[in-house]
Design a binder for this molecule. Structure first.
Ligand SMILES: Cc1ncc(C[n+]2csc(CCOP(=O)(O)OP(=O)(O)O)c2C)c(N)n1
Ligand SMILES: [Mg+2]
Length: 375
């Protein structure tokens, strides 16, 4: 994983200056807010990795290095737009107003988890915030977004469906189906390809022989544009424009947000097995957090004091959310059987009774064993 936040403090601003033309295109206030969320995202990632290493959570799939692409795009959308995540976009949901503790409930899979511990950590969803459920099977969410956009168009709603997916997902059947249908029907879909240069250990050079992932749009009649995904202002501008095109009936856009995964694929991964330190260092120098911070400091819209404040706030909020989520009970056994059918069929009822009986017997024998040990 990336070095700690220490390495990103304001002092060592040694990067080349950012593109000034882009810096002026978005309001500094909006960009400062995005930076605040990028820092929050990074802080959460680092803390969750530590919790996983301590054995307190089972898994985390993070966004280190990709915060600019994720949060820049999210900031350009409206609350009513569908946001269809891949699995790295937890910060997009939090940006939309999802309570941090609810997110931690999902990470812990406790009794307040919206999906009742029936999924891996980071598979959170919010109907109220128009944030679809996370789909771990690669690419499946892309067709969901096309379906949502089609429904919005048929209903005459002024909203788009924006979907995040990785470079690897452009090799999936769902990418093909989703772009085909969205292109043919000129649907208001925003295809946001986070090109983080890897699909787990497979580099983009082995994923695709085209010069860009954006070029894939042409085959479907979908406008494809490659954007510097580490230039937050550029991401905001590109997503806004794609949104405006979609709402004007001009159809979908495929945006390749060129970024880099600074962390492992997930906490189960060791990226040193398949990428060189030199490559990592080269991309770390383009870190979107450092880059946006530098732009904003130069423009007088960010300072060490603002940053210290932002970090102190997330630190306090996260500590509280972690202790509360960690203290909660597991979901009840019954949650295994609910939410599949509107009315539970007889065979599931029977299995539920059987499972309850088995657990009660197990608890009784554990209690008896404990009693024996006391003697
Ligand atoms: C259908 C399917 N095949 C394989 C996997 C295992 N898998 C999980 S993530 C992943 C790589 C996805 O890479 P990419 O689309 O670039 O997204 P990234 O993780 O880089 O954000 C793979 C192969 C899966 N989840 N689903
Ligand atoms: Mg990838």
């Amino acid at each position: 994983m990336v070095d700690s936040l220490e390495s990103l403090r304001l002092a060592p601003l040694t990067l080349p200056p950012p593109t000034p033309a882009k810096a002026g295109t978005e309001s500094l206030e909006l960009l400062a807010n995005v930076l605040r969320w990028m820092l929050r995202s990074r802080f959460i990632d680092e803390r969750l990795e530590k919790l996983q290493r301590q054995g307190r959570i089972g898994f985390h799939v993070g966004a280190l290095g990709e915060e600019g692409a994720i949060l820049g795009a999210t900031a350009a959308l409206k609350a009513d737009d569908w946001l269809v995540p891949c699995y790295r976009e937890f910060a997009a949901l939090l940006y939309r107003g999802y309570p941090l503790e609810r997110y931690l409930d999902n990470v812990y899979g406790n009794c307040d988890d919206v999906v009742q511990g029936r999924q891996m950590p980071d598979h959170v969803t919010s109907r109220a915030l128009n944030y679809l459920s996370v789909s771990s099977p690669v690419g499946t969410q892309i067709t969901h977004a096309t379906g949502l956009a089609w429904a919005a168009k048929l209903k005459g709603e002024r909203r788009v469906a924006a979907v995040f997916f990785g470079d690897g997902a452009t090799s999936s059947n769902d990418f093909h189906a989703a772009l085909t249908i969205a292109g043919v029907h000129k649907l208001p879909t925003l295809f946001l390809c986070r090109n983080n240069h890897f699909a787990i250990s497979v580099p983009t050079s082995q994923q695709c022989a085209a010069t860009t992932f954006a070029a894939k749009g042409a085959g479907y009649g979908v406008l494809g544009l490659k954007v510097d995904g580490n230039d937050v202002a550029a991401v905001v501008a590109a997503v806004r424009e794609a949104r405006a095109r979609a709402l004007a009936g001009e159809g979908p856009t495929l945006l390749e947000l060129d970024t880099y995964r600074l962390g492992g694929h997930s906490t189960s991964d060791d990226p040193t097995r398949y990428r060189s330190q030199d490559e990592f260092e080269a991309f770390k120098a383009k870190d979107p957090v450092i880059r946006l911070r530098q732009t904003l400091v130069q423009a007088g819209a960010w300072s060490e004091a603002l940053e210290a404040d932002a970090l102190a706030q997330i630190k306090a909020e996260l500590s509280q959310a972690v202790s509360r989520a960690e203290a909660k009970a597991k979901p009840p056994l019954s949650s295994v059987f609910h939410d599949v059918y509107a009315e539970m069929p007889w065979h599931l009822r029977a299995q539920w009774r059987e499972a309850e009986a088995a657990c009660t017997a197990k608890d009784a024998s554990a209690a008896a064993e404990e009693g024996d040990q006391d003697v």
